[in-house]
Write a protein that binds this ligand. Sequence first.
Ligand code: GLU
Length: 285
Amino acid sequence: MSPPSEPILRFAPSPNGRLHLGHAYSALFTARCAERLGGRVLLRIEDTDRARCKPEFTEAIFADLRWLGLDWPEPVWRQSERLPAYAGAAQRLRDMGLLYPCFCSRTEIAAAATAADPDGAPIYPGTCRHLPTAESARRLAAGEAAQWRLHGAAAIDRAGVLTYTAAQPWPWDRPQIRYARPDSWGDVVLVRKDAPASYHLSVVVDDAAQGITHVTRGRDMEPSTDVHVLLQFLLGLRSPLYTFHKLILDNAGRKLAKSKGSPSLAELRAQGWTADDVKRELGFG
Ligand code: GLU
C-alpha cells in the first residue's frame, strides 16, 4: 500500500445531546491540525446507538459547528447508514473464530465482575466464552438476544506485540512508537444486541473506509485506541497516526458532560457568547 497523499482528519461526534465546550475544543483542535498539515477534516455522525441518538441533535451539531465557523465536505457519513459494513467486519472476525455470543445481562456481569476496564466499567468475567457451541447455537436459534464479544486473549495471541504511532499535534514530525495494551479491556462487545455494531468496531471500520490518516481525540480515549489498533490488525486495516488532546474540565476538575450540567454551546450562545468568545476561551482566539 502506498502512503496516502493528503492528510485526512475527522471530527466524529455522537448526536446524543447538545455539543458543549469540550466538543468545541475537539472540533477546533482538529481543524487547526488539518490547517497545519495542509489536509481536510471530514465530519462523521456516530449515531449507531439508536436509544440515545436523535436526529434533532444531528441537526444541532451542524448548526453549532457552522456557528463556530467550521465547514466540511458533503456528504457527511452517518454511521446508522453503514450498518452492513460493520456487520461484514464482524462476520470476518466470527469466521476467524474470534467472536462469541454473550447472553449475559448487565446485572449478571456487574455481579460476577472482579475488575474494571479503563473506563471504569466491569470487565466481562467470561461467562459465555466457555459455553459449548451447540448450546450457543440452540439459544441463538431460539431467538435469545445476544451481543457478540471479541475473544480478547485469543485475538491478542494472534496479533503478538502491537504498536502504533502517536505524536504531539505540532509538529507531527516527532512521532512516538507506543505499545498497544488491549488486555486491560477484557472481551469487548463488538456487536450490540440492538445493532450489528459497537463504537469500537464502527470507528475502526470507518476510519479505514474514509482513509483517515490522522486521528485527533481527547486523552480520555487513549486507552480505547489500544482496542482499535488490535482490531485494525485483525481486519488488515492501516492504523492512522494518533494525537490525544487535553480535556476541558469544569470548576470541579471533571470532564465536561451534559449529565453533569455543563452548559451547551446553544446555552452559551443564548447567554450572549459569540463564536469568537468560545474560541478565545479555548485558546484558539
Ligand atoms: N464518537 C466519539 C465521541 O463522541 C469520538 C470518536 C473517536 O475519536 O473515536 O466521543
